[in-house]
Write a protein that binds this ligand. Structure first.
Ligand code: SAM
Length: 413
């Protein structure tokens, strides 16, 4: 029984355990266990959520978080983040910031209050503001692109999703042309989400969003994550003209640049290829890719032109598609693979049976809303890849931590 001084939603026995959990993870992190950082964040969130009353949780979700995002977007539009960062981040008053942004001081005063209240800017004194790591990041194009993409294009889809399901009788979206994304943007049955990004001038921002999402996360090709040396480099053959790894749907090549940073050209036989749709490959400025990365326009629903590469790598590709479309992509790759030599690597989330991290549950939701697709469990991945129509066998799953994407390795059965 809770002591009378505690509100009924607070269980006095639970709080010390949650606090102990926070302490354990923070201590592990302080002793150098970097993997403990995600767990520490989750432990803090769980503790805060337990302390919060239902009414406070409701207000946070429906007032605080939307106002924060809205204020961020207005700040971005007026160049506030650049002005906060100017003069090495020297503290500035709201009136100074307003003058620098040519904006109304009352509006800027409200924005900085909203941002300071949640830690997005630092309130060093009354009406004196300095940047935080997040507000400094907003001066970088990949963050600013990602914010405008999410605010202007993606979140409006979330706001129409309930309406979509009320109208369709609460059925899973039938196909990628008739998902909440199409409903929200008034193109039901007509336009695929990738085409929609382009029509709304968001295609490049989508690439920025993918890069922002992965920033600071461990890269799959780090030997402490997936043993590249042992499983790919050893046993690989060929000269410079042969292809060691094709990044299929690799956007503008950011995963290959990260690969080369860990495995420089010459440490493996052959070179690398980044494939994507022509519209994406055409956005790569000439000469901007590192030596050893060859750009190539290719539609993965058509036969794979590179035969017998050591590695076919797909990062966050298959999760965009339902099983039928995924089978088409995988069949095209299997047809190009050399038995006993080529490996297929997927770098994807694997849905756990329980305790799914919030980012993964959110991604699973967005896969449904944007693509009529879904994240997959390990069993689902295995049954898809080992479908006799495709003819692959799964060699194993390599996981850095439960908060990261998993490398799934397969080869021809
Ligand atoms: C979710 S993004 C992943 C990009 C990249 N692999 C990464 O992880 O950052 C999906 C990618 O698939 C590409 N794509 C979509 N349809 C494609 C197609 N039919 N053929 C080739 N690439 C395609 C998109 O242009 C986009 O770059």
């Amino acid at each position: 029984m809770a002591p009378p001084s505690l509100p009924p939603y607070l269980d006095p026995d639970v709080l010390p355990k949650l606090l102990e959990n926070v302490n354990d993870h923070v201590q592990a992190l302080s002793s150098g266990d970097l993997k403990a950082r995600d767990a520490a964040i989750e432990a803090c969130r769980t503790l805060a959520a337990t302390l919060e009353s239902p009414s406070e949780a409701f207000v946070r979700m429906t007032w605080v978080e939307p106002s924060h995002l809205s204020a961020m977007r207005v700040a971005l539009g007026m160049g506030l983040f650049e002005q906060l960062a100017a003069d090495n981040g020297a503290p500035k008053s709201s009136a100074q910031l307003a003058a620098l942004c040519s904006a109304d001081p009352r509006l800027v005063g409200k924005i900085v209050k909203v941002l300071a209240a949640v830690g997005t800017v630092r309130e060093v004194d009354a009406d004196s503001y300095a940047p935080s790591p997040l507000s400094l990041s907003m001066t970088r194009s990949i963050f600013s692109d990602s914010l405008s993409l999410m605010h202007d294009f993606c979140i409006p889809i979330n706001l129409k999703t309930a309406d979509f399901f009320a109208k369709n009788g609460y059925q899973y979206p039938a196909d990628p042309l008739s998902a909440p994304a199409q409903y929200a943007h008034n193109v039901m049955g007509k336009t695929h989400i990738m085409q929609l990004y382009e029509e709304h001038g968001q295609a490049q921002k989508f690439g920025s969003m993918m890069a922002t999402w992965m920033m600071g996360r461990p890269h799959w090709s780090d030997n402490s994550f997936y043993p590249v040396q042992e499983r790919l480099i050893q046993g690989a053959t060929g000269d410079h003209d042969s292809v060691f790894l094709v990044d299929v749907g690799g956007s503008t090549g950011h995963d290959l640049s990260a690969f080369l940073a860990l495995h420089p050209l010459g440490s493996f036989p052959g070179h690398l290829v980044v494939q994507d749709r022509a519209e994406v490959i055409d956005t790569i400025p000439k000469g901007s890719l590192s030596a050893g990365i060859q750009p190539m326009a290719h539609d993965f629903f058509t036969p794979q032109p590179i035969q017998g590469a050591r590695t076919y790598f797909l990062h966050n590709i298959i999760h965009d598609w339902d099983d039928d479309k995924s089978r088409q992509i995988l069949k095209n790759l299997a047809a190009a693979m050399k038995k006993g030599y080529s490996k297929l690597l997927l770098w994807e989330y694997v849905l756990p049976a329980k305790n799914s991290p919030p980012t993964l549950s959110a991604l699973d939701w967005e896969m449904m809303s944007f693509w009529a697709a879904s994240e997959r469990s390990d069993g689902h991945w295995r049954s898809l890849l080992e479908d006799p129509e495709i003819g692959l066998k799964v060699n194993g799953f390599w996981n850095y931590s439960q908060y990261d994407q998993t490398v799934i390795e397969a080869e021809l059965a």
